[in-house]
Design a protein around this ligand. Structure first.
Ligand code: CA
Length: 224
């Protein structure tokens, strides 16, 4: 398994490198955030261990760019701060796991190994509800075999709803997960986008999959 470690504190980087190498991982190290995207474009890594506070491009910004480029390498974020908000921010930016500093090397290794395993299993990532499918690698949505065109935001909304199949998704949760808002902007943003997505995935098809729970939110599921 090949791991890229991005950490500007040379001592920490060296500890982590040695510990991972001792466990049989191939390890590359970068000391700044700027080279991360290039490194991942040229070499396939199984896991990226990414510090948040870095000189140049910070870890969160690199991570967001990575996910925008549809790179799905599993990412373990490291952070000296470790507050709840930062953790949520990291996960929203597309991190798969989060480890606050200081950490035990044994824990880091266990998490890297778990992410590497998960990455191997997730190569095909097609979400499915009835005859509606969403490929999270190609971002292609289909219903009954017909391709559905989605804007970037519609895609995020549909992906979130499909990952939450059968569960009630409240407006506030949707704002957090799809728009990264942690406040209610007091608009009907969610309803507008729900209407658009519904028009695309349900209008011409049966059975209807996207259901409104009055006053509470939405559920995407095949109801029987
Ligand atoms: Ca740092």
């Amino acid at each position: 398994m090949r791991v890229l470690v991005v950490e500007d504190e040379k001592k920490t980087a060296s500890f982590v490198r040695k510990a991972l190498q001792a466990e049989g991982f191939a390890v590359d190290v970068l000391h700044a955030g700027d080279g991360v995207l290039t490194a991942l474009q040229t070499t396939p890594f199984d896991v990226l261990v990414l510090d948040i506070m870095l000189p140049g491009r910070d870890g969160l910004s690199a991570l967001r760019q990575l996910r925008e480029n549809k790179n799905v390498t599993p990412v373990l974020l490291l952070s000296a701060r470790g507050g709840v908000n930062e953790r949520v921010e990291g996960l929203n930016a597309g991190a798969d796991d989060y480890l606050p500093k200081p950490f035990e090397l044994a824990e880091l290794i266990a998490r890297v190994r778990a992410l590497g395993r998960r990455g191997g299993e997730n190569k095909s990532t097609v979400l499915r509800v009835a005859d509606l499918t969403l490929d999270t690698l190609t971002r292609l949505a289909k219903r009954g075999g017909a391709e559905i065109e989605l804007t970037a935001r519609e895609y995020r909304l549909l992906e979130f709803l499909m990952r939450s199949t059968g569960r009630l998704c409240g407006r506030m949760t949707i704002l957090e997960k799809v728009w990264d808002y942690d406040f209610d902007p007091g608009t009907n943003l969610v309803d507008v986008y729900i209407r658009r997505v519904r028009e695309k995935i349900d209008a011409k098809f049966e059975p209807k999959l996207l259901h409104t729970i009055r006053g509470a939110g939405y559920i995407l599921e095949e109801q029987r």
